[in-house]
Design a protein around this ligand. Sequence first.
Ligand SMILES: [Zn+2]
Ligand SMILES: [Zn+2]
Ligand SMILES: [Zn+2]
Ligand SMILES: [Zn+2]
Ligand SMILES: [Zn+2]
Length: 578
Amino acid sequence: MTAKAGSQAFDIGGGYDGTKYGTAGELNVTGGILNLSSSGRGTNATVPVFTNCTVSGSGARQYEGIYDANGKFTISAAALTTNPEAYECSETVTLVASFDVSRKNGITTPAPRGSVSFELDGEKIGTAPLTKTTVGANGYSIAYAELEWTVLEGEHTITAEYIPGVGDSYTSNDRVIYEVSVHEHIWGDDFTIDVAPDCITEGSKSIHCTLCDAKKDETVIPALGHEYSAEWTIEKEATCTEPGSKSHHCIRCNEKTDITEIPAAHSFGLWEEKTPPTCDTNGTSTRTCSVCGYSETKTVPMRHTVVEIPEVKATCTSTGLTAGEKCSVCGKTLKEQEVIPMIPHNYVTTIIPPTENSQGYSLHTCSVCGDNYKDHYTDYVGEAVPQIIIENKTAAAGETVTVNLSVKNNPGFNAASIKIDYDTTRLRLIGAELSEEFSNGTNVSYDNLPYLTFVRGSNIDSDTNMLTLTFEVLGAAVDGDAYITLLYEAGNISNIDEEDVNFKIIDGKITVIDYLPGDINGDGNVNTKDLTRLLKYINHEDVDCTEQALDVNGDGKVNTKDLTRLLKYINHEDVEIF
Ligand SMILES: [Zn+2]
Ligand SMILES: [Zn+2]
Ligand SMILES: [Zn+2]
Ligand SMILES: [Zn+2]
Ligand SMILES: [Zn+2]
């Protein structure tokens, strides 16, 4: 049916337009029944009741909508959302169900008395009243119901449905559906760079969910700072006259640092000698820039032409010379040669064994030059060899010493001409005297020492002392053995029958010492204090002694025998001390 508004008798089409009642318009009612009040008016005081119909048209105003058999207005479910829209598992969100509750202009009169039932996968999780209203884009009033809900992991369906209340003017025949799909994030092990840093801007990184775009632990990555190359970048090459420049560039952003001038420089070739120097005049050299032709000259100092003078090796018989240098042009010596001392002989030792007629000895012969000497004499083989034996003595430098020469296995002789040979670096022969037996009736000359010649009218054939020599030990004599021997030419010892007599000469020596034998305490005297000092030494007391004097009897040991020997010596008994 269609009703036209305008007359007082039937003005239900003149509904409330939000400002006033009785606004003109067209009301369309499709199907159903319209029950009017007694006065036939359809106002908010005496409302019309629609059943089983759909009301529309410009005059329908707040009555526009669908009505059921009981005259209840059907509200329709509009949306089910969450606040906030994004959420994570286990967070608490607000489920917001919205319904289009009425007709135009936001009028919700009378108020809905029902509530909204929320279900999760078909199980009820709560109810909430419809509360605030707003006007939606279609001009309908929208009412909301809100329920707090803790988000469950997995895929779920939430529904919201309006359940009418007692005496409610509203009904509903649909529901809103909300699909939930949340998961527990599975966080990656490593940070993902979200924003890469550069030299001057910081970046960021975070741990990403491997299933979705969620992030956590967002962390600032500091700016990298410039990283300058070790290599120089040449901004501008230098020329002969203009300096250039160079710098170190950042390998990422080309920022520069260490901007440095490259000095202007010519590209000189090699120096060429224009005027050669001589031994006593300077020369000159010139070089030229290959780019601009500029040339410069320098002085080449005067110089000799050096040649080497070869080394001369030293030998065991001559000194050598070190290598030297001289100028081959002017002959000047530039490096003096120095004398290299002679090198020692290379002695090879041969042992010569003794015979009945000769001593044995060690013969040392230089394998290079043949120089030789003998030592380590050994005794004759056999007993009956005629011998002249020279005594061994010990004395200090500056002392005067007598040395006896005695005859052994004497075959008898009456004349001799001999030479006393001795170590002249330590000794001086100051006297010689034949023994009493030899001098008796003898013609002798002592005037040409070390030569000595004598002759007498008969043989002497006893083994006896023959000659006493007196030596001065030189003040500068160094420690050691000073040899004494006797030389004679064949035929210069003979008997009364003018036959040759040959003697083997047993060399003697004076051992030069730098201490006074018997002077144990080193006070320059030999007396009873030395006896006491030696007694203390042998008794292991801590006393100072002249070491070399301790072995008084010269047997290589220091013991009570040395004490006895020194006691006898001090007591003027005829004993020798060392
Ligand atoms: Zn995720
Ligand atoms: Zn940079
Ligand atoms: Zn140049
Ligand atoms: Zn020269
Ligand atoms: Zn030699």
